[in-house]
Write a protein that binds this ligand. Sequence first.
Ligand SMILES: [Zn+2]
Ligand SMILES: [Zn+2]
Length: 94
Amino acid sequence: MKLKNINGTSDNKCACGSWIKHWEKFSGQSTCYCQAKGCLNVDVVGAHVQKANSSDDNWYIYPLCNAHNKHTGELEVSSTYKLVSANKQKTCEK
Ligand SMILES: [Zn+2]
Ligand SMILES: [Zn+2]
């Protein structure tokens, strides 16, 4: 699937402590690796993303490395891992 990164949101914290914990908690999944295609970096963070080529403009969290978290434009990622809503009112702070 294709995602696009949302920049300037990285210091926005939630009740989970970090966005990667938020992603693990609500996806029920975990990963040691960045899930951008071909990337094996292990400095994984919970990146704020939107679906590319979609009318869905909700914000999601997805595991990416620091470098890919700063990437602009579209990013091809693994479909194995779930997108978790970044809307705190619908997840950890409801
Ligand atoms: Zn959270
Ligand atoms: Zn990466």
